[in-house]
Write a protein that binds this ligand. Sequence first.
Ligand SMILES: Nc1ccn([C@@H]2O[C@H](COP(=O)(O)OP(=O)(O)OP(=O)(O)O)[C@@H](O)[C@H]2O)c(=O)n1
Ligand SMILES: C[C@](O)(CO)[C@H](O)COP(=O)(O)O
Length: 229
Amino acid sequence: MHVLIPAAGMGKRMGSDRNKLLLTVLGDPLLAWTLRAAEAAETVEWIGIMGQPTDFPAFEEIIGGLGLQKPVHLIVGGSTRQESVYNGLQALPEGAERVLIHDGARCLVTPELFDRCAIALQECEGLIAAVPVKDTIKVVNTEHWIESTPNRADLWAAQTPQGFAVDAIKDCHEKGRAKGWEVTDDAALFEQCQLPVKIVRGEETNIKVTTPIDLAIAERILQQRSTDL
Ligand SMILES: Nc1ccn([C@@H]2O[C@H](COP(=O)(O)OP(=O)(O)OP(=O)(O)O)[C@@H](O)[C@H]2O)c(=O)n1
Ligand SMILES: C[C@](O)(CO)[C@H](O)COP(=O)(O)O
């Protein structure tokens, strides 16, 4: 399985002066934790990382330090996640039939989740990891008055990995660019093209490290995992 890792963001919500994936948890950069999980996943055979060229020296240092056995390719990212994934898809080797896309910022992903998604992707053309929503969600208007309360049983929080047939997701990204669709995940492009996307059970711990509190949560979860070993 080929895996693309968007890692070209700035981390504005983290309030950091550099790419948040270079911030450390338990002594290792966030990107290192993500790569370790991809390396340990039995189904993953090729890893592409989309980053800003200014971060490439730091990425190379991380990759070298981990001593990864799998081939890792650095790909120039774009100014949005959507653009970074588009660039990653163009850089896939010929013959790649299926791809998993996984945010570098979801550094608590487990090898088992990669494998579960890769195996499920043999049976469908589009899937995402997701977890049932625990809160009651409100739809609000611009003045912050509630408009409706969707049935929670229908609501799942999207995570990554998100997996697709390569030809299909490339087509969806091309269409998205041509029509000016702006989306926050790749499944949304599949949906816009009326293609089916299956849910694979994600992991509650598979959070996206977005704001400073997430760093503390990630640290706690990783500490717990190391004591469980
Ligand atoms: N131009 C971009 C923007 C984001 N990403 C990646 O997409 C993932 C999810 O994005 P997000 O958490 O929003 O990261 P940032 O863009 O860094 O954060 P922020 O939106 O707070 O600036 C991250 O792994 C991030 O590196 C990317 O590859 N290219
Ligand atoms: C793809 C994603 O991880 C799904 O939750 C997410 O959408 C990434 O971007 P976001 O804009 O930070 O939600």
